[in-house]
Design a protein around this ligand. Structure first.
Ligand SMILES: [Zn+2]
Length: 429
C-alpha cells in the first residue's frame, strides 16, 4: 500500500523547548505488513492508494493521560479537584461495577478518540478489576495501541471504590499476566494518587512495577490542596518522595500534572528518567494552575501531553497541543522575564503529540513516519483555503505546521489507519 502527501517527519534539527520537532516534506510511504516499509521524499505521486497533493500524512496522535470512564462527565465545571472527584468523578466511576457498562464506555471512548486521530493512549480504568479487563479487551479488539490500568485505591474514596491493598495487588498482577508490557495493549500499574493509597498499597505497586517492567501512571502535585493533604497523610513527606519511597519513580513512570514541583523534585524526576504528563486543559478547567512546561524540560525531566478527559474537555490531541502553546504564552505574558524560547513552536507541538508521547509511553516504533515504525497513521485533507496557505503560497507568512495546528478541524481527517488497516467502526458485539 502506498500513501502519498506532505509527510510529517521527525526533524533532527535542534531547537529550544526540548529540542525535538517535526517538519513537512512531500513524498510517500509504502506500508507492508502493518509497518512502514519505505519513506520516500520527493514528488507526490498520483498513483497512490491513499492521499495525494492536498493531503498531510501524520503519525497517529497519542494521548499520554486520560480516563476511559470519564467521557460522560466532561463539562462538570466550577469545582476544584478534590470536590470534583468526590461529587462528580467517583459516582461516575461506580458505574463500572457493571462490566457491560465498562465495555460500552470503552468502545464509545475509543470511537471518539479514533475520530480525532488518536491511535494510541495511556488510560485509567476504575478500581473494578473486571471493568479494567473489559477495557483492555475492547482496546485490543479495536486495534488501537494502549496502556490501560486498573485504578488502585484503598482509602480516601467512597467505600464502593476502595478495596483492600492485598486484593488490588493480586488483581493488578493477574492483569499483568493477561496483558504483559510488550503487547500492543498492555496493563499499566495505576495507583490513582497518593491520597487514595496507603503506603502498603504504593509499595506493593512499586514491587509489581519492578517485577514486570510495566508502565506506571499516577497523579502528582496537581493542586496545592492535594499537596498539603499528602503531607498530612505521609508524615510531612514531599509528594514525589512518597512515590520514590514506594519504588514508583523510574524511567517508565508518567506523572499526571506535576504543576507544583520544586527544583529538587524536578531534578529527581530527571534523574529517574520519568516524565510529567502535561494536561493543560484539565489544569485550566479545574483551575488547578499552570504548568511551567519549559521549566520541566529545562530540568531534563521528560514531558508528555495528555487530554486528561474528563477534567480535560478536548478529545483532540491537536487541540491539547494548542493549549500547551496557549499556557506557555499566558505564562510569558504574566512574567516579562521569560524569553520566546519558553513558548514551543507548532513544529515542537506536533512532535509532542506524536513521537514525544510515544517516547514517554515506551513505544519506540510509534509516533513517527520512519522505516519499521507501526503504520498507525492519520491522513488529513484540509479545506481548500488552508491547503492554499499550507502548500501553494511560498510567500505566506504562515508556517504550514502552525496553519495546520491553529486552523485544525477534525473534519479534515480523511482516514485513520491502525497497522496499515482502516480503523473501522467497532462492532457493538
Ligand atoms: Zn487524570
Amino acid at each position: 500500500m502506498k500513501i502519498a502527501g506532505h509527510l510529517m517527519l521527525p526533524d533532527p534539527a535542534q531547537a529550544a523547548f526540548g529540542g525535538e520537532r517535526v517538519r513537512l516534506a512531500p513524498g510517500w510511504l509504502r506500508i507492508e505488513g502493518g509497518v512502514i516499509a519505505e519513506v520516500v521524499e520527493g514528488d507526490i505521486p498520483d498513483d497512490a492508494d491513499a492521499g495525494g497533493t492536498g493531503s498531510v500524512v501524520c503519525p497517529g496522535f497519542i494521548d499520554a493521560h486520560m480516563h476511559l470512564p470519564q467521557f460522560g462527565i466532561i463539562g462538570a465545571h466550577g469545582l476544584g479537584l478534590l470536590d470534583w472527584l468526590e461529587r462528580v468523578t467517583f459516582p461516575a466511576e461506580m458505574r463500572w461495577a457493571d462490566t457491560d457498562t465498562a465495555r460500552r464506555d470503552t468502545r464509545a471512548a475509543v470511537r471518539r478518540m479514533l475520530g480525532a486521530g488518536t491511535t494510541g493512549f495511556a488510560a485509567y480504568a476504575t478500581v473494578h478489576a473486571e471493568g479494567a479487563r473489559a477495557a483492555l479487551d475492547e482496546a485490543q479488539r479495536a486495534g488501537v495501541r494502549a496502556h490501560i490500568g486498573q485504578v488502585l485505591m484503598d482509602r480516601g474514596a467512597p467505600e464502593a471504590l476502595c478495596r483492600p491493598a492485598g486484593q488490588l495487588l493480586e488483581e493488578a498482577a493477574a492483569l499483568q499476566s493477561a496483558y504483559p508490557t510488550d503487547g500492543r495493549v498492555s496493563a499499566a500499574i495505576t495507583p490513582r494518587f497518593a491520597p487514595a493509597c496507603s503506603a502498603a498499597l504504593l509499595e506493593g505497586a512499586g514491587a509489581l512495577a519492578r517485577a514486570t517492567g510495566a508502565l506506571v501512571q499516577t497523579h502528582l502535585a496537581e493542586t496545592r490542596a492535594e499537596c498539603v493533604l499528602v503531607g498530612e497523610l505521609f508524615d510531612g513527606q514531599g509528594y514525589l518522595d512518597v512515590y520514590r519511597a514506594a519504588g514508583l519513580l523510574g524511567p517508565r513512570s508518567v506523572f499526571g500534572h506535576g504543576i507544583y514541583l520544586g527544583g529538587a523534585d524536578l531534578s529527581a524526576l530527571a534523574e529517574s528518567g520519568g516524565a510529567v504528563a502535561h494536561c493543560p486543559l484539565a489544569n485550566s478547567f479545574l483551575m488547578s494552575g499552570r504548568l511551567d512546561a519549559s521549566g520541566v524540560l529545562a530540568s531534563g525531566a521528560g514531558m508528555a501531553l495528555g487530554s486528561d478527559i474528563g477534567a480535560g474537555y478536548e478529545v483532540s490531541m491537536v487541540r491539547v497541543a494548542r493549549a500547551m502553546l496557549e499556557t506557555a504564552g499566558a505564562l510569558r505574558i504574566s512574567d516579562a522575564g521569560r524569553g520566546p524560547e519558553t513558548v514551543p513552536t507548532a513544529a515542537q507541538a506536533w512532535w509532542r503529540i506524536t513521537a514525544g508521547n510515544a517516547r514517554a509511553l515506551h513505544w519506540p516504533d510509534a509516533g513517527r513516519l520512519a522505516l519499521g515504525a507501526m503504520a498507525d497513521l492519520v491522513l488529513v485533507c484540509p479545506d481548500a483555503d488552508t491547503k492554499r496557505t499550507l502548500f501553494t503560497a511560498p510567500t505566506s507568512a504562515v508556517d504550514p505546521l502552525a496553519g495546520l495546528l491553529f486552523g485544525w478541524d477534525d473534519r479534515w481527517i480523511e482516514r485513520v489507519l491502525l497497522q496499515g488497516r482502516p480503523a473501522g467502526p467497532i462492532p457493538d458485539e
